[in-house]
Ligand binder design. Structure first.
Ligand code: DON
Length: 307
C-alpha cells in the first residue's frame, strides 16, 4: 500500500468517526476524565519505514491511563527480568480491569500485568530498586526517549484525582500486601501507579513510543528490548490488553493492543506499523468504543491483522 493510500484511509476513518452517533460513555470515576468532550477522535500511524500519518485530534494530549502498563512492564522486565513472573501471571483474567475476586483464590497473584492489580505489583517491583520519585522519573524519561519528544508530561491533576478516588486500587494493593505480594508501603506503590496512569500523550507521541514493539524491540539502530521480549509483550497485549474484552478485540482487530480508560489504544502490527487511536467514549469493559471501531476499519482496509 502506498503512503498516499494510507493517508486517505485514515482521513476517511477519522471522518466516519467524527460523525458516528454511538460514541460510548466517557469515564467519570476519575473526575478530570469526565470533562473530556466525547466528540474527540484522533489517529496516528507510524510505519516501519518511519513515515508518520495522522488524522483528527492526533496532536492533542490525553490521559493514557492503562496504556502506561505496557511501558511499566517493559521497565520492570528490564530491571528484574523473568523474576516478574513469580509475582504476576500471564493469563487473561476474563474479569473487569479493577476486579479483586480472583486474588482471593489465587494467593494475591494477579492474572496478568495489564489489569490494575498486576500493574500495581509491577510498580512494587520497580520500587524494589528505586524511590517513588525515581520510578516516576524513569518512566517519564523512557516514554520521552521512545517517542523522541521531551514535551511529554504527567498530568498532576489526574494523578491527584486518582489518589483521592482510587478506593478500589487501595483495596487491591492492601489485599495483595496481605498475601505478601506487595512489599512496599501501599501509599508509595500507589503514588507511583497513579502517576504512571496520569501520563498525558497525543496519538502521535503514543504511536512513536510504540515503535519498539513494531520493530522487534528496536527503534532504528537503538535496541530497547530483545526481540524475544518484544514478541512476548505483544503476546500479552493480544491476550490481555483489553481486559474481559480481549477475545473480542483479537476477533475483530487481530492486533496486539492496549487500551486505557482515557479512551486511547496503542496497537501494533508487528513489522508493519505502530498505531495509536483516541476517542474518550468507552464500551462497558472500559475500552474506547470508536477507537476499536477505527482499528477494525483500518485492519479491514489494510489487511494488517496478524491472523
Ligand atoms: O486505576 C485505574 O482504574 C485507572 N487509573 C486506569 C484504568 C484503566 O485505564 C483501565 N482501562 N481500560
Amino acid at each position: 500500500m502506498g503512503i498516499a493510500d494510507l493517508s486517505a484511509i485514515i482521513t476517511e476513518i477519522a471522518e466516519e468517526m467524527r460523525f458516528a452517533e454511538v460514541r460510548g460513555k466517557v469515564a467519570d470515576y476519575i473526575p478530570p476524565l469526565a470533562s473530556v468532550p466525547h466528540t474527540k477522535f484522533g489517529i496516528a500511524v507510524v510505519m516501519a519505514d518511519g513515515s508518520l500519518h495522522t488524522a483528527g485530534d492526533a496532536e492533542e494530549p490525553f490521559s493514557i491511563q492503562s496504556i502506561s502498563k505496557v511501558f511499566a512492564l517493559t521497565l520492570a522486565l528490564g530491571a528484574v527480568g523473568d523474576q516478574v513472573w513469580k509475582r504476576v501471571g500471564r493469563e487473561p483474567s476474563g474479569s473487569a480491569f479493577n476486579s479483586i475476586v480472583q486474588l482471593e483464590t489465587e494467593q494475591g497473584i494477579p492474572r496478568n500485568p495489564f489489569i490494575n492489580a498486576g500493574a500495581i505489583v509491577v510498580c512494587d517491583v520497580l520500587l524494589g530498586r528505586l524511590e517513588p520519585r525515581e520510578a516516576i522519573g524513569q518512566l517519564l524519561r523512557f516514554v520521552r526517549e521512545l517517542a523522541g519528544d521531551d514535551s511529554i508530561a504527567i498530568d498532576e491533576t489526574v494523578a491527584w484525582a486518582e489518589q483521592e478516588t482510587g478506593f478500589r486500587n487501595f483495596a487491591l494493593a492492601n489485599y495483595m500486601r496481605a498475601f505478601g505480594n506487595i512489599h512496599g508501603p501501599v501509599e508509595r506503590v500507589l503514588g507511583v501507579y497513579f502517576h504512571f496512569c496520569a501520563l498525558a500523550m497525543s496519538c502521535r507521541q503514543l504511536a512513536l513510543a510504540g515503535r519498539f514493539l513494531m520493530d522487534g524491540g528496536r527503534v532504528g539502530a537503538h535496541r530497547v528490548v530483545t526481540e524475544r521480549r518484544s514478541r512476548r509483550i505483544n503476546a500479552l497485549m493480544m491476550s490481555c490488553g483489553h481486559y474481559d474484552n480481549s477475545g473480542d478485540f483479537a476477533f475483530r482487530i487481530g492486533l496486539p493492543g492496549k487500551s486505557g480508560v482515557g479512551g486511547g489504544i496503542l496497537a501494533v502490527a508487528p513489522g508493519v506499523a505502530s498505531i495509536a487511536v483516541w476517542s474518550p467514549g468507552l464500551n462497558p469493559s472500559g475500552n474506547s468504543h470508536l477507537g476499536q471501531l477505527a482499528l477494525e476499519r483500518l485492519v479491514q482496509k489494510t489487511g494488517w491483522s496478524v491472523f
